[in-house]
Each structure stands twice: as C-alpha cells, then as structure tokens.
Design a protein around this ligand. Structure first.
Ligand code: UT7
Length: 321
C-alpha cells in the first residue's frame, strides 16, 4: 500500500478548528454523577471538554478558518469531505450544509470511519487529488455529546464535541504523504456502537486492549512503508481516547512522549476531530517544521484503524497546474 499512487501529490495549505461554547470540567461531572476528578484524570487524562453545536456548524467554522488561511474561497474547492460519526441527519450528508454555507462549488460527502475517520479522510483526499482534483476541504467534526448518555458515568465523561479542518492542495511531484495503512475488524462491532436513536455502548476494557494493539501494528506498517523509524519522527499525533492508551502505544513503539501530541486534557475524546485538534495545537506550539516527519494514527469503532506518515510541507502555496 505505498502512497505513491500517481505523480500528482498533495500538501496541506491551511487549517482551522472549532469548539462549541459549553465548557465542561470534571467538576461538572463530579457534581451530578458518581465520579471524581481524580478518577477521570488518572484513568483517562481528561480535564476539560466542550459540548454543543451541530456537526455541520462546527465543521463550517473550522472549514472557513482553514480556507481563510489557505487564501481560498468556496469556488476554489473541488470537494468537501466531512469525516464524522455523528451526522446531523440521516439524509442528506451533513457535508451538504457545509458545501452550501461555504459556497463550495464542488462535491460534498460524509465519511464515517468512527475515530479513525480523519486519517481515512486524509488518504481519500490524497487519492482524489491523484485522480485530478485540485483542492479538497477535509474536516473532522463531531457532536458526540448528542449520542452519549449523560447519566452514564462510563461514557459521559469521555465523549465530546469539536472540529478540525485542513485544506489539501495538489502539487506536482510526490507531495506530503509517504505511506498509509487502513484497516477494520468488523467482528468487533459490538465493542463500541450506537444504534440509530440510541446512545453509545462501549466495552471499555476490551476496546482499550485492542486499541493499543491496532495502533502499534498500524503505525509500524506505515513507518515501515515510509522507510522511517520511531527516532526519525518529529511529531506523532494519535487519536485522543485515553492518555493510558497513548502512553502504552508510545512505549511499545519506542517513542518518547516528547514527540507525542496530547490534547486529551483540553478536549476529551472528539472522535474524528481529535487528530486535527491535536495536530493544530502542535503546529501552533511550533512543534513541526517543513521537512519534519509526522505520524498520524487513529483507531476506533468498527473496529477501525488508520495511520499515515507525512513529510510536513513548506507553506509556499504551490499548486499543481
Ligand atoms: O475513541 C473510541 C475508543 N474508545 C476508547 O478507546 C476507550 C477505551 N477504554 C477506556 O479508555 C477505559 O476502559 C475507560 C476509561 C472507559 C474505563 O477505564 P478502566 O480503567 O478500563 O475502568 P473499568 O471499566 O475497568 O472500570 C473500573 C471501575 C469500575 O468499578 P468496579 O466494577 O471496579 O467497582 C467502574 O464501574 O471504575 C468504575 N468507573 C468509574 N468510576 C468513577 C467507570 N467509570 C467511572 C467513572 N468514575 N467515570
């Protein structure tokens, strides 16, 4: 699965994030559920998360910021790919609202690969560019608070809302994506699922156990395909589900936590928004420069997983003809 599908690669040229207004602390859960700040912090690493808004609304805000940064308007975008496991409706795709609101003249669709969604979407975006599209708005946006039972201490503390977006543009030559890996094990569907109209159900311990394994294996496959080792990576951005999962996977991969992006204490688990939210924070903190190697690795319901190695591009605004 080498990523050099075509001579036409892609690079990221803009990014943005969005969070709803309602800030929820561990103390807020402590006040109404049988839980404590200490338990939540120790068992998950979470401190604060945000609830509210709609999936399309958050996606529009994050997408607009990414387009502004890239210096683009809606008519420049060939496709909006909205990664979400919490669409606003069954029909149509929530991306239709994003397309309309941002004045995008190209296609629009949703992609649901649960918490692996953003990395799946990144690969899809590169594939579409390889086939001739020029500019894609890739968004991970979620309103998980709407499908979480807020009375269930097992899940209420974990799942939250937010969005992160990236503009991906065609370039002549291989571009930023060095390798990728995507997979799914449908025998594990029952471990984490949500029926239509119901709340999320999760077998937390088993998801935890499998999460570490699939993250490590997927990351290794991507690193091997890219011909890089853990020491070569400047930044690793894992899905933010539990600090203990992140630490266990990092340790097995031989990664120092200094290279790992952690924003779980700020946003909780925002599924397909968690990787772009963590990546944008890391960029803002100056942790990645042109030429650096970046590993993204996600896992989630499905049970799905996906990883990708990127060579971080120079922001010189080049686009292919
Ligand atoms: O992004 C999608 C993928 N999702 C994940 O990756 C989540 C993976 N799983 C996890 O992160 C962890 O399994 C959890 C954070 C969900 C749970 O942590 P754990 O260390 O696996 O705890 P546990 O489920 O084994 O529960 C231990 C105890 C139980 O009590 P008993 O049976 O020992 O008396 C739970 O009822 O902790 C209890 N518990 C809580 N206690 C206080 C569960 N939730 C809470 C809570 N506050 N919020």
């Amino acid at each position: 699965m080498n990523a050099h599908l075509t001579d036409r690669g892609a690079v990221v040229t803009g990014w943005g994030t969005a969070l709803p207004d309602r800030r929820i602390t561990n103390a807020d859960f402590e006040a109404r559920l049988d839980t404590t700040d200490e338990w939540i912090t120790e068992r998950t690493g979470m401190k604060v998360r945000y609830h509210g808004g709609t999936t399309a609304g958050l996606a529009i805000d994050a997408g607009r910021r990414a387009m502004e940064m890239a210096g683009l308007t809606g008519t420049d975008i060939d496709y909006v790919l909205l990664c979400t496991t919490t669409p606003d409706w069954h029909v149509p795709a929530s991306a239709a609202r994003v397309q309309e609101s941002l004045g995008i003249t190209g296609g629009a669709s949703d992609l649901n690969a649960a918490c692996s969604g953003f990395v799946y979407g990144l690969v899809h975006a590169h594939a579409l560019i390889g086939m001739g599209l020029r500019r894609i708005l890739l968004i991970g946006s979620e309103t998980l608070s709407r499908i979480t039972d807020q009375e269930d201490r097992n899940t209420a503390i974990l799942f939250a809302d937010g969005a992160g977006a990236m503009v991906i543009e065609a370039v002549d030559g291989p571009g930023q994506l060095l390798s990728f890996d995507m997979g799914n094990d449908g025998t594990a569907i029952e471990l984490l699922y949500c029926d239509i109209g119901d709340h999320l159900k999760m077998v937390g311990k088993e998801v935890f156990r499998r999460a570490v394994t699939v993250m490590v294996e997927s990351a290794r496959r991507s690193m091997e395909q890219a011909g890089v080792t853990a020491d070569d990576l400047t930044l690793v951005v894992p899905h933010q589900a539990n600090i203990r999962i992140i630490e266990a996977a990092a340790s097995r991969l031989g990664l120092s936590m200094e290279s790992v992006a952690v924003s779980i204490h700020r946003y909780g688990n925002t599924s397909s928004a968690s990787i772009p939210l963590a990546l944008v924070d890391a960029i803002d903190e100056g942790r990645v420069r042109a030429g650096d190697l970046v590993l993204l690795v996600g896992f989630g319901a499905g049970m799905s997983w996906a990883s990708a190695v990127l060579r971080w591009p120079a922001m010189d605004g080049r686009t292919a003809s």
